[in-house]
Design a protein around this ligand. Structure first.
Ligand code: SAH
Length: 250
């Protein structure tokens, strides 16, 4: 018996890993985050008893896992994207460790990666930014003072902002303190789903565009010059540079 924490990916059921799919195929119990996980992935587990954690408390989720453990049943605990990002994962694994229930974590494709794919951009362009900051605005979950968006913004890195599209004007206000007003910004709603939508603009005009498009949830905010700028080509494929796997051309 084991509890498998699965990253279900951003939406497209084919963005599940092969390992995750195999777990779903053998799971006797599935507990999935119904507010965001694409229910189509449940088709991989027709044999399982299914629970939607959207209406459950932490205690109820852990209670189901303990019950399953007593019956020696395999549990798939399905989180959206990757479970390590805004997944409320730690409190579950720490409890299981405490009570001695075996578990394993299977990573998934996070939505910030699916969002970059949707806009066909690379986060880490040479000479533009070599850093990606994953963050959010404060909601009911507090954000440490040192990580206020305008403080992170000082570095002008590539940014992936979760859980904040309903506060897009606050996001832009904080970013404007440090990023030039013409900085490109994209909002990707439901990346990789069949009804994915992308809105692109600059700090100066994105608020209006997001309002017009009526995007208020399940969206990623991407910010930075990586979205639209000149850049140096990578050294990795540069014919004038040698590295471990390739000699430079003479
Ligand atoms: N663990 C998840 C994130 C959960 S928090 C992951 O790794 O992706 C929920 C937030 O993730 C949403 O508010 C939204 O900002 C983002 N999100 C989840 N799925 C998304 C998708 N398909 N497209 C865009 N943003 C998404």
């Amino acid at each position: 018996m084991k509890v498998y924490f699965i990253g279900a990916g951003p939406g497209d059921p084919e963005l599940l890993t092969i390992k995750a799919k195999k777990v779903l195929e053998k799971a006797e119990i599935v507990i999935y985050a119904g507010s965001l996980v694409n229910p189509e992935i449940l088709d991989y587990a027709p044999q399982a008893e299914v629970y939607n954690s959207a209406g459950m408390t932490l205690e109820e989720v852990l209670g189901k896992m303990e019950e399953a453990s007593e019956k020696d049943q395999t549990v798939a605990r399905v989180h959206t994207g990757d479970p390590s990002i805004y997944g409320a994962l730690q409190e579950q694994i720490d409890y299981l460790k405490e009570v001695g229930i075996a578990y394993q974590i299977i990573p998934g494709v996070s939505s910030f990666l699916a969002a970059a794919a949707a806009v066909e951009r690379e986060f880490t362009l040479p000479d533009v930014s070599q850093t990606v900051i994953v963050t959010r605005l404060e909601g009911r979950t507090p954000v440490p003072e040192k990580e206020r968006l305008h403080k992170l913004a000082k570095h002008n890195t590539s940014l992936a902002i979760f859980l904040s599209v309903h506060m897009i004007s606050d996001v832009v206000e904080e970013l404007k303190e440090e990023y030039p007003i013409k900085t490109p910004i994209a909002v990707v709603q439901k990346a990789s789903w069949s009804d994915e939508r992308v809105v692109q603009g600059q700090l100066s005009n994105i608020v209006e565009q997001v309002k017009t498009a009526e995007i208020t949830k399940t969206a990623m905010i991407l910010v930075g010059d990586f979205l639209d700028s000149d850049y140096q080509h990578s050294k990795l494929y540069d014919k004038n540079f040698s590295h471990q796997f390739r000699q430079a051309e003479e």
